[in-house]
Design a binder for this molecule. Structure first.
Ligand code: TRP
Length: 424
């Protein structure tokens, strides 16, 4: 459940619909689902197994298993990726908090489609306001990490995340009753293979890494905390199913509404923020629905930022060999994050740059490294493989897993890289 909380976040509800909208809807969905099967499953298992076998977070895990520092660059990559993601993730989390605040004040009532689009532009151009709303979740996340209330958050999200799911089902039901919603369903589910281009494949791969939180070592920490008897394969399947369900549900809410109300599916990062308030206007209990949904969205974002910031905090703590205690490490990481977030608010190209660089290059690179480490390096150097950490896994599944990790995953990542660079 904790790993699912880390995976389910703005990636599913904010990023998935807007990226799918920009990349042809149904064409994107099918490539995305293929990426989830091809990369998601083996890589999720790999991170859990590295953590479970080593009992360490990303910083110590590669040294512990490899026996030397040769693979330490993977933990540096993971820490850098966490910082870059946080830079733009907190800006979007800030938008969510801003929309929660405005939902409480009933600001959106009576706004037309054009008003809602103009409203987002106006709000996001207000830099001091965006910085204030971006710093608020940084402080919340840092407090959770300092006061060690992770357990409390976990318990809370076990109740609230199912509530988010119920809320999304209700919204999907309402949206599907709108006139013209079938056009949106067609857009999202019609497989037009002619729309699949190298850039669609690249975006889908990046979104798969981002949404499942893989390729940056965050889930290694979760593996380290898994009880001995836990079945890694089953856990991975559960996380993937839940994460994908939430993303598809978000698509079923957004696209029918986009076409029924006359928005543009390729609107960009503001897509869900302009469409959602228009949906609540059509729902009974408008004010309550909006407040409840944006409230739950903020909580879903915070459960993801907690695990993102934890990657950087664990790195700083362990890399300083205990010179910096946990509290100081949190303060250092949070301060750097504030600077990065301000940067992303003031320099919009930096927002896109961070997003693309992490999803399309750094996370696939991290994943490639981990696949080579587990698939080739460990067995070739006489080290015990990570699979012994999972007692439940069948013999044939072990064989298949290793082959997929050795050949399929590295080859697919390389081909997508070269293809999108125009080399092949
Ligand atoms: N998966 C998260 C989301 O969909 C975002 C994310 C990416 C993340 N990498 C992560 C969360 C690492 C936690 C840890 O919103």
């Amino acid at each position: 459940m904790a790993a699912a909380g880390s995976a389910v976040g703005l990636g599913n509800i904010w990023k998935f619909p807007y990226i799918a909208g920009e990349n042809g809807g149904g064409a994107f969905l099918i490539v995305y689902l293929l990426c989830v099967l091809l990369f998601g499953m083996p890589l999720l298992m790999t991170e859990f197994l590295i953590g479970k076998k080593s009992g360490r977070s990303a910083y110590g895990a590669f040294r512990e298993l490899g026996g030397d520092n040769r693979w330490q660059w993977l933990s540096w990559l993971s820490m850098l990726t966490a910082f870059l993601i946080m830079g733009f993730y907190f800006v979007v989390t800030g938008w969510c908090f801003n929309y929660l605040y405005e939902a409480l004040l009933n600001t959106f009532h009576g706004m037309s489609v054009a008003d809602l689009t103009a409203h987002f532009k106006q709000i996001s151009a207000n830099k001091p306001r965006m910085i204030a709303f971006g710093i608020l979740p940084i402080i919340l996340t840092a407090s959770v990490l300092i006061f060690d209330v992770n357990k409390g958050i976990e318990r809370l999200s076990k109740i609230l995340m199912p509530l988010l799911l119920i809320m999304m089902f209700l919204m999907a039901g309402r949206v599907l009753m709108l006139d013209g919603s079938n056009v949106g369903m067609q857009f999202f589910f019609e497989m037009d293979f002619s729309k699949i281009t190298p850039s669609v494949i690249m975006e889908a791969m990046g979104q798969c890494f981002f949404s499942l939180s893989i390729g940056m070592g965050a889930l290694i920490t979760y593996g380290a905390y898994m009880p001995n008897g836990q079945n890694v394969t089953a856990t991975s399947i559960q996380v993937i199913v839940l994460d994908t369900l939430v993303a598809i549900l978000a698509g079923i809410i957004i696209f029918p509404a986009v076409f029924a109300f006359g928005f543009d599916p390729a609107e960009g990062p503001e897509l869900v923020f302009v469409v959602l308030p228009a949906i609540f206007e059509k729902m009974s209990f408008t004010w309550l629905s909006a407040v409840l949904f944006f409230g739950l969205l903020c909580i879903a974002a915070i459960t993801s930022t907690i695990s993102l910031m934890e990657v950087a905090v664990a790195f700083v703590c362990e890399a300083s060999h205990g010179k910096l205690d946990r509290k100081r490490s949190v303060l250092i990481v949070a301060s750097l994050t504030v600077i990065l977030t301000i940067g992303c608010v003031f320099v919009p190209p930096m927002f896109d740059f961070n997003d693309n660089l992490t999803s399309c290059i750094m996370m696939p690179l991290g994943a490639l490294g981990m696949a080579l480490f587990v698939g080739w390096y460990l067995p070739r150097n006489g080290k015990e493989g990570v699979l012994s950490a999972d007692k439940g896994i069948k013999h044939w599944a072990k064989k298949a897993y290793i082959q997929v990790l050795r050949w399929l995953v590295p080859a697919a990542i390389l081909i997508i890289f070269l293809n999108s660079l125009g080399i092949i």
